[in-house]
Design a protein around this ligand. Structure first.
Ligand code: SDX
Length: 433
C-alpha cells in the first residue's frame, strides 16, 4: 500500500499547519490538492495567469514543454501529422481512440451530412459590414447556432452532446468560409458531399458558381496537417474559456463562441495574423536587427510575434512541422524564394543565436510559420485565426465534454486578493463639496 504523499504548509501567523495531498497523473508534474486550503485556513492561493495552477484533470492532450513533446491521447503529434487526416484526429480527441477503417467511413459520412447551415443563418451575414473581421463574424454566427438547435441543448444528455459536437465540427468550416465570401463579395458556396473535409473547405473558400473548382491535393494535405497541429493544446486560454463558460451549464454553441472570442487575442490565436503583419513591417533582412532590439527593450511594448510560449521552453513541435509544411507548399507553388519565408527563417536564426531569447527560452511557436504557409495558399491574413478556430473547435468540444462528464467539476468561480477601499460611508452629493 503506497503511502499518500502530502505537502505541509507551516504558517507563522498562528494558522494551524496544514497537510495537503499530493496527486500524481500518468505522466507530468504532480499537483498539490489545495481544495481544503480556504476551508481549513481562511486563505486563498494567489496565481494570476495560472502559472502554477492545474484547473482540472484531463486525459486528452499532454505537453512536455521542456522537451518539446505534444501528445493527443498518447499519440505524438509528429506521428498523427504523418499517418492520419484531421477527421481521424477529431475522432481520437473526442472518443479517445483512432477509428478503424469502417468507423472512419461512418464518421466522415456523419460529419459530411451536417455541413450545410440553416438558410436563416446565412442572413446574419448581411448585418455585418463587408469589411468585418472574420473572427467578429464567427463569434456572432457560431453563438447564434444555439438559436437553431433547441432539440439538443440538454448538456447532460450524451446524445445531445454528440449531435452538438457533430454539428459544430461540420458547420464551423462552412461558417468560416462564408465569412470570407461575405468579405470579398462573392456568393456563398454550398458544401459538396463529393469532397472530403478539407477539399470542401477550400471549395467553399475559393470555388465560385462560374466554374468547377479542383483543389490542389498538395495544398489539401498541407491544410489538413495544419488543422491537425492546431486541434488541441491542453488548458490554453481559449480552452479554459470554453471550460469556464461550460461550467455554468451554457450550451455548447455559446461556449465555443466564447472560445473563438478568446482565441482572437494577439497573445493567443491572433498571433499568426500578427506575425505575418510583423514580417511585412520588418520587410527586409537588413531590418531584423532593429526589431530584435525592440523585442528586447523593456520600454518598448513590441514582442516578436510567433515567438515564446507559456509551456514550451523548447522548440514547439508544431512549429517544426509547420516549417516543413511551408517548404512543401512553397515548393509546390514554385515560391521557394518566397520573401517572407526567407525573412522568417533568417529572423528565427538570428533570434535563436541571441542570448535574450536563449536565456528566456523563447522559441518559435505554432503561429510563427502558419501565416506564411496560409498566405502562400492564397488565404488572406484576416482568415488565419478563423482557420485556427476551425481546427481548435474539436479540441474545445472534447475538453468541454470531458469537463461535463467529470464528477469533480463545479461552476468555475475564482476568488481574489482584494486591494480596494475598506468599508466607508456615502456622503450625499449635496455635502460632497
Ligand atoms: C498560442 O497556451 C497555449 O497553448 C497557446 C497555443 C495553443 O495552441 O493554444 O500554443 C497557441 O497562443 C501560441 C502563442 C502565440 N502568441 C505569440 O506568439 C505572441 C508573442 N508571445 C508572447 O506574447 C508570449 O511569449 C506568450 C503570451 C506566448 C507567453 O507569455 P508568458 O508565458 O506569460 O510569458 P511572459 O509574457 O511572462 O514572458 C516571459 C519573458 C518576459 O520577459 P521578463 O518580463 O521575464 O523580462 O519573456 C519575454 C517577456 O517580455 N517574452 C518575449 C516574448 N515572449 C515572451 N519577449 C519578446 N518577444 C516575445 N515574443
Amino acid at each position: 500500500m503506497t503511502q499518500q504523499r502530502t505537502a505541509t504548509i507551516n504558517f507563522n501567523d498562528g494558522t494551524p499547519t496544514l497537510e495537503l495531498p499530493i496527486l500524481a497523473g500518468t505522466v507530468g508534474p504532480d499537483v498539490v490538492d489545495i481544495r481544503p486550503l480556504y476551508g481549513k485556513t481562511g486563505k486563498f492561493t494567489y496565481d494570476p495567469g495560472f502559472m502554477s495552477t492545474a484547473s482540472c484533470k484531463s486525459a486528452i492532450t499532454y505537453i512536455d514543454g521542456d522537451n518539446g513533446i505534444l501528445l493527443y491521447r498518447g499519440y505524438p503529434i509528429e506521428q498523427l501529422a504523418q499517418h492520419c487526416d484531421f477527421l481521424e484526429v477529431c475522432h481520437l480527441l473526442l472518443k479517445g481512440e483512432l477509428p478503424k477503417a469502417a468507423e472512419k467511413k461512418e464518421w466522415d459520412d456523419r460529419i459530411r451530412k451536417h455541413t450545410m447551415v440553416h438558410e436563416q443563418l446565412a442572413r446574419f451575414y448581411s448585418g455585418f459590414r463587408r469589411d468585418a473581421h472574420p473572427m467578429a463574424v464567427m463569434v456572432g454566427v457560431v453563438g447564434a447556432l444555439s438559436a437553431f438547435y433547441h432539440d439538443s441543448t440538454d448538456i447532460n444528455d450524451p446524445e445531445h452532446r454528440e449531435i452538438s459536437a457533430i454539428r459544430l465540427l461540420a458547420k464551423v468550416p462552412t461558417i468560416a468560409a462564408m465569412s470570407y465570401k461575405y468579405n470579398v463579395g462573392q456568393p456563398f458556396m454550398h458544401p459538396r458531399n463529393s469532397l472530403n473535409y478539407v477539399e470542401n473547405f477550400l471549395h467553399m473558400m475559393f470555388g465560385t458558381p462560374c466554374e468547377e473548382y479542383r483543389p490542389n491535393p498538395v495544398l489539401v494535405r498541407a491544410l489538413d496537417r495544419i488543422l491537425i497541429l492546431h486541434a488541441d493544446h491542453e488548458q490554453n486560454a481559449s480552452t479554459s474559456t470554453v471550460r469556464l463558460a461550460g461550467s455554468s451549464g451554457a450550451n455548447p454553441f455559446a461556449c465555443i463562441a466564447a472560445g473563438i472570442a478568446c482565441l482572437w487575442g494577439p497573445a493567443h490565436g491572433g498571433a499568426n495574423e500578427a506575425c505575418l503583419t510583423m514580417l511585412e513591417e520588418i520587410g527586409d533582412v537588413s531590418r531584423i536587427g532593429q526589431y530584435i532590439a525592440r523585442a528586447k527593450d523593456k520600454n518598448d511594448g513590441f514582442r516578436l510575434m510567433g515567438f515564446g510560449h507559456r509551456v514550451y521552453k523548447h522548440y514547439d513541435p508544431r512549429a517544426k512541422l509547420m516549417r516543413e509544411t511551408c517548404h512543401e507548399v512553397l515548393a509546390e507553388l514554385g515560391l521557394q524564394n518566397d520573401r517572407l519565408f526567407k525573412l522568417a527563417m533568417e529572423l528565427e536564426r538570428i533570434a535563436l543565436e541571441d542570448d535574450y531569447f536563449v536565456d528566456k527560452k523563447l522559441y518559435p511557436n505554432v503561429d510563427f510559420y502558419s501565416g506564411i504557409v496560409q498566405r502562400a495558399m492564397g488565404i488572406p491574413t484576416s482568415m488565419f485565426t478563423a482557420i485556427f478556430a476551425l481546427a481548435r473547435t474539436v479540441g474545445w468540444v472534447a475538453q468541454w465534454n470531458e469537463m461535463i462528464s467529470d464528477p469533480e467539476q463545479k461552476i468555475g468561480r475564482p476568488r481574489q486578493l482584494f486591494t480596494g477601499s475598506p468599508e466607508r460611508n456615502v456622503v450625499p452629493i449635496a455635502r460632497r463639496g
